[in-house]
Ligand binder design. Structure first.
Ligand code: FER
Length: 171
């Protein structure tokens, strides 16, 4: 098998805290809480203001310093991120159900601290419409990257608004 030991080594990735801006202007903050969980805040974008902690994810090391992360949200949205740590570049694809990102639909229904509204998100997801999915593939430039250690509750613990306190230092 091509996978296994190498791909499972996430030791240099877990604990990393990123801020990045997509080419379409959307700005995200994302934290690899541990090998199976992430936290994030959305500073700018279709669902700017939304934030989530303890989201289950799948993560692998695809090549040295290149990590791929995939997950499914309670809203029905799917996200796939590819992190190139050395180049400080990410490619993200978000797969939005129609009820969030379709013409005249309702992205604002997902703008909250999702953890407190999981039942609502499941209800919206099940009400749909889900299809056709709106697929948004974009490159992003990393503007902040720091290892904060695993399972650090201080990294993503409030709604989006401010950047990390040392964000503007030596940049
Ligand atoms: C990302 C991090 C999180 C991202 C999307 C999400 C498009 C989640 C979005 C959502 O659930 O609304 O980098 O990129």
């Amino acid at each position: 098998m091509i996978t296994d030991e190498f791909s499972k080594d996430l030791s240099a990735f877990v604990g990393t805290h990123f801020v990045y801006t997509y080419d379409n202007g959307w700005k995200y903050e994302w934290y690899a809480r541990n090998a199976t969980t992430c936290d994030y805040r959305i500073h700018q974008g279709l669902v700017g203001g939304r934030w989530v902690t303890n989201q289950s994810m799948n993560a692998v090391q695809f090549a040295p310093g290149i990590y791929k992360v995939d997950w499914h949200e309670p809203t029905g949205t799917c996200v796939s991120l590819l992190f190139d740590i050395n180049r400080e570049v990410i490619h993200g694809t978000i797969f939005f159900p129609q009820w969030i990102a379709g013409e005249g639909q309702h992205p604002e229904k997902t703008i909250c601290y999702q953890n407190e509204f999981i039942e609502d998100m499941h209800r919206f997801r099940d009400e749909g419409p889900a299809y056709p999915y709106v697929v948004i593939p974009e490159f992003a430039k990393v503007t902040y990257m720091k290892n904060e250690g695993p399972d650090n509750d201080a990294v993503i613990n409030m709604p989006p608004g401010q950047m990390p306190e040392d964000y503007f230092k030596d940049k």
